[in-house]
Design a protein around this ligand. Structure first.
Ligand SMILES: [Zn+2]
Length: 294
């Protein structure tokens, strides 16, 4: 989106916006005035005369110098053009989001700010802690909740340093810690409940060799070892993705392969269990609400 003239509107471009790195965007004052009270006020002021020698004009159009970079302006202005989604798509990185969000706030472009709030949610899976910090800082509670869920992939505090950590308070981190603790407890009880609502067809409930009482029923020894290990891991990383991780299950299946009864059925049953339990776990975790700043 270098020039709004690419768009074949009957409206004529009537202003040039120059980025901090010297790129010129030819655009419409009318659209900018509708989008932003800041631009609206700017264009309402008496305009200097447009001569070819004036540094404030080019090709007979007024030039407005802005502090934002070319990529940020390209995104910001592009969002006001009809084929935005088709051409530019979603914002793909937290860094780009930050720059565009900052510019949208500065120019009071409310529609873009709202749209960017939704966009931030789509970055929560890839960079949960950075998104949590930004969403919390700007009061974007839905994005913060989605990010908090994705932070469960890493034990609390195991995320290392990142720049946005400076934007959150001790209170914000305490609320995230409470969220992790509540999810850990719920994951543990969900796993225990699972024993009472099981699909009795699983091989580890029906094997006649190497059984152990797990507190509610007899199960294969190898299965008991697997669930004990899973309970420990889930306490720190209480979400479905943890169940999908292969390491514990692989070890369990090696042990199961030594049992003549479980050997052939265990891999398929384990796969079925992991898929069902991971989905159940994520469903349960979605019930825990992250407390937001009051
Ligand atoms: Zn067995």
């Amino acid at each position: 989106m270098d020039n709004a003239t690419d768009h074949n509107h009957s409206l004529q471009v009537d202003v040039i916006l120059r980025s901090a790195d010297g790129h010129d965007f030819r655009f419409y004052k009318y659209l900018l005035s509708l989008a932003s009270p800041v631009f609206d006020t700017m264009f309402a002021l008496p305009q200097p005369s447009l001569s070819s020698s004036s540094p404030d004009s080019k090709d007979g159009l007024p030039v407005v110098e802005l502090a934002e970079t070319k990529p940020a302006l390209q995104r910001l202005l592009g969002m006001y053009l009809p084929d935005y989604l088709e051409k530019d798509g979603k914002i793909a990185s937290v860094d780009e989001w930050k720059e565009v969000f900052s510019a949208a706030n500065k120019y009071e472009m409310k529609a873009v700010v709202k749209c960017l709030s939704w966009n931030l949610e789509s970055l929560a899976e890839a960079e949960p802690m950075r998104v949590f910090a930004l969403a919390t800082q700007h009061g974007l509670n839905e994005a913060a909740q989605k990010a908090a869920f994705n932070t469960l992939k890493v034990p609390f505090g195991g995320w290392g340093a990142f720049p946005e950590l400076e934007c959150v308070t001790g209170g914000d981190l305490q609320r995230l810690f409470q969220y992790h603790t509540a999810c850990g407890r719920l994951a543990s009880s969900t796993l225990k409940d699972w024993f009472f609502k099981v699909d009795k067809a699983y091989c580890w409930y029906n094997c006649s060799s190497g059984k152990i009482w797990n507190g509610s029923q007899y199960v294969s020894n190898w299965w008991q070892t697997f669930t004990e290990g899973l309970a420990v891991v889930l306490e720190k990383k209480p979400l479905g993705a943890t169940v999908e991780e292969g390491e514990l299950a692989s070890k369990a299946l090696v042990a199961a392969s030594l049992c003549p009864n479980c050997r052939t059925i265990a891999p398929a049953d384990m796969e079925r269990f992991r898929r069902a339990f991971a989905a159940r776990l994520d469903e349960e975790m979605s019930k825990i609400v992250l407390e937001s700043r009051s």
